[in-house]
Ligand binder design. Structure first.
Ligand SMILES: *Cc1c(COP(=O)(O)O)cnc(C)c1O
Length: 521
C-alpha cells in the first residue's frame, strides 16, 4: 500500500504504457511519468482542505428548505493532495510554452510575456464591469485605442468590440446583415458558403436561421467565382468567405466576388481568423468586405485554447455600421471615451440589433492585444504577416517531395501548408502520421480538415517559430512520412511513448465513460 496510491490503483503496463519495459514499480509510476488516477479514486474519507466551524445548531428555520439532505459527493482530499493532483495532470498536457502547436487554422503562437505583464496591472486586471464609468476611464481608453487600430488595419468603418470569440463574431456580423436587410424590408433566406470556408461559417449561418448553400472550389483551391455568380439572386442575404481560406490560399477574386454580391443586393462576410497572414499588407475594407471578425486570440497573440478566453471583435463597413450591437465605446466631443449603453444607444444608434453579451467585452484580451500591437508597431505587424507566410512556405516546400501538397502548384501558400494522404502505403493514413508526431514530442497538426482534400493535414507553423525549431519539426515529419510511404508497420502502433496508446476513437465518441462508479471490493 502506498501513500500516493491509497486505492492500490495500478496502470495496466503494456496496454497503456511503454511495452518494451516490463518492470512494474511499487507505486505504479515510472520516475516523472506518473499514472494519475481520477481525483475520486485518489481521495477518500471526510478529509477536507479547509477547517470550517460546524453548522449552527439548530439551523435557522428560514434556511431549512435550502439545506442539503445528504452530504455532497466530494473526493475528500487535503489542499496539498489536490494541488499535486492537478499539477501532475498538467505535466501530461502539451502547451505552446512546451513546443510548437502546428494546428492549421488555429494560429497557436507564442504569447509575449510583455502582454501578460501589462494585463496584470491592477488598473486593468481588477476593474469590474459594473464600476462607474468615471472610475475606469483608462480601461475605456484602451478599448477605444484598440478599436481604432483594428479599424485602420482593416480599412473598415467601425468595430463591434463585444463578441467573445471568432464564431461569436460571425454571429454578430450575420445579425448586422439581417438587421440591414430587414431595415430595407428585404427578407432573404440563404447564405452562401464556399467549400474552402471554415466549419464555423455554415454552422453560424444555420444558427442565425439562414439556409446554407455550398459553393464549390476550383481545382486550384479557391472559390469558384462563376458558380458563385450563377447562384446569386434576390434570396441570397450574403456570402461568408474565409480569406485566406482553409486551403491556406488567398482568395484573389475577393473584389470581384464582393462586387457581384453587392450588385445582387447581398452582403459580404469575411472570416478574418487568419488575419495574421495579411495584417499590414491587405485591408479587407478595400476588397469590399462588409463585416469581418478578428480573432484577437490568434492574430494578436492572446492565450487561447480549451474554449477560451477569446475575443472576436467585428469590423463593419459603412453600410452595416448603423446596425452594430450595444454597448459600444465612443469618443465624445470633449475627447473623453465613454461607454454607450441602451439609454443613450436608442438615440445614438437606433438601428442597433441589440446586445450580444452581458458586458462590453474581454478586458484582459483587449489589454494584451493592444500591448502586442503597440510593441510591434506598423512595421512589426507587417513582419508578422511576412514571417507567418515565409514559415508556412518553408514547411510546404520542405515536405512536398514526401507528402502530397495538392495545391503546391497554385503558387506560394499563405500562413498554412496543406497536405493530403496521397502516396502513403496501402493501409496507412493521415491518422498514423498524426499519432507518429506524438511519439516525436510534437502536437499533431490539424487532420481531416479542410474536407476538400482527402486525408487532409493542415500545418500552421505561425510566425513565432524559429528556423531551427521548424527544422526539428520538419525532420520528424519527414521521418514519419517516409515510414508511412514505405509501409513501416511499427508506425501503426504509435504513439508508444505517450501515457496512453492509440485510443479507439469511435468507441470513445460513441460510448464515452463519463461517470466514475465506485469499484466493488
Ligand atoms: C479559429 C477560427 C474560427 C473560430 O474562432 P473561435 O474563436 O474559435 O470561435 C473561425 N474561422 C477560422 C478560419 C478559424 O481559424
Amino acid at each position: 500500500m502506498n501513500a500516493h496510491n491509497p486505492s492500490g490503483w495500478r496502470p495496466a503496463m503494456g496496454e497503456g504504457s511503454d511495452a518494451e519495459c516490463d518492470l512494474v514499480t511499487h507505486s505504479g509510476d515510472r520516475a516523472l511519468m506518473v499514472e494519475e488516477p481520477l481525483i475520486f479514486e485518489l481521495g477518500g474519507g471526510d478529509k477536507c482542505g479547509v477547517d470550517f466551524d460546524g453548522p449552527e445548531e439548530p439551523p435557522l428555520a428560514s434556511l431549512e428548505p435550502f439545506l442539503r439532505k445528504e452530504a455532497p459527493v466530494l473526493p475528500g482530499l487535503t489542499e496539498p493532495e489536490t494541488v499535486r493532483h492537478y499539477t501532475r495532470l498538467s505535466r501530461q498536457n502539451y502547451a505552446i510554452d512546451l513546443g510548437p502547436f502546428p494546428l492549421g487554422s488555429c494560429t497557436m503562437k507564442h504569447n509575449p510575456r510583455l502582454n501578460e505583464k501589462v494585463a496584470r496591472l491592477p488598473g486593468f486586471a481588477d476593474v469590474h464591469p459594473l464600476q462607474p464609468q468615471d472610475t475606469v476611464r483608462g480601461a475605456l481608453e484602451v478599448i477605444e485605442q484598440l478599436a481604432d487600430w483594428l479599424v485602420r488595419l482593416t480599412g473598415m468603418n467601425a468595430v463591434a468590440m463585444s463578441p467573445k470569440a471568432g464564431a461569436h463574431g460571425e454571429l454578430c456580423g450575420l445579425l448586422c446583415i439581417r438587421a440591414a436587410l430587414e431595415a430595407r424590408g428585404d427578407a432573404r433566406e440563404v447564405v452562401l458558403v464556399p467549400e474552402s470556408a471554415h466549419g464555423t461559417n455554415p454552422a453560424t449561418a444555420a444558427f442565425a436561421g439562414y439556409g446554407v448553400e455550398s459553393i464549390p472550389a476550383t481545382p486550384d483551391g479557391r472559390v469558384d467565382l462563376a458558380a458563385l455568380e450563377a447562384r446569386l439572386g434576390p434570396d441570397v442575404a450574403g456570402v461568408m468567405i474565409t480569406n485566406p481560406n482553409t486551403c491556406g490560399l488567398f482568395e484573389r477574386d475577393m473584389k470581384a466576388i464582393a462586387d457581384a454580391v453587392h450588385s445582387a443586393g447581398g452582403f459580404v462576410y469575411c472570416d478574418g481568423a487568419n488575419f495574421n497572414a495579411i495584417v499590414g499588407k491587405v485591408r479587407p475594407g478595400d476588397l469590399g468586405v462588409d463585416a469581418m471578425h478578428i480573432n484577437l486570440h490568434k492574430t494578436f497573440s492572446t492565450p487561447h485554447g480549451g474554449g477560451g478566453p477569446g475575443s472576436g471583435p467585428v469590423v463593419l463597413s459603412e453600410a452595416l455600421t448603423p446596425y452594430a450591437p450595444l454597448p459600444f465605446v465612443a469618443r465624445g466631443p470633449d475627447g473623453a471615451v465613454r461607454l454607450v449603453e441602451e439609454e443613450d444607444g436608442a438615440a445614438e444608434l437606433p438601428g442597433s440589433f441589440g446586445r450580444m453579451t452581458a458586458f462590453h467585452g474581454q478586458m484582459g484580451m483587449f489589454t494584451r492585444a493592444l500591448a502586442y500591437i503597440l510593441s510591434h508597431g506598423v512595421d512589426g505587424l507587417c513582419r508578422v504577416a511576412e514571417d507567418a507566410v515565409l514559415n508556412a512556405n518553408y514547411v510546404l516546400r520542405s515536405l512536398e517531395d514526401l507528402l502530397d501538397a495538392p495545391y503546391g502548384a497554385s503558387g506560394p501558400c499563405m500562413h498554412e501548408a496543406l497536405f493530403s494522404d496521397a502516396g502513403l502505403a496501402e493501409g496507412f493514413s493521415t491518422l498514423d502520421i498524426a499519432k507518429g508526431l506524438i511519439d516525436e514530442g510534437f502536437h499533431p497538426m490539424t487532420v481531416y480538415f479542410p474536407l476538400v482534400v482527402h486525408g487532409a493535414m493542415l500545418v500552421e507553423p505561425t510566425e513565432t517559430e524559429s528556423k531551427a525549431g521548424l527544422d526539428r519539426f520538419i525532420g520528424s515529419l519527414r521521418d514519419i512520412a517516409e515510414r508511412a510511404r514505405s509501409g513501416d508497420e511499427s508506425l501503426k502502433a504509435a504513439p508508444v511513448f505517450a501515457p496512453r496508446r492509440r485510443l479507439d476513437e469511435t468507441r470513445a465518441a460513441r460510448k464515452p465513460v463519463l461517470v466514475w462508479k465506485e469499484q466493488e471490493g
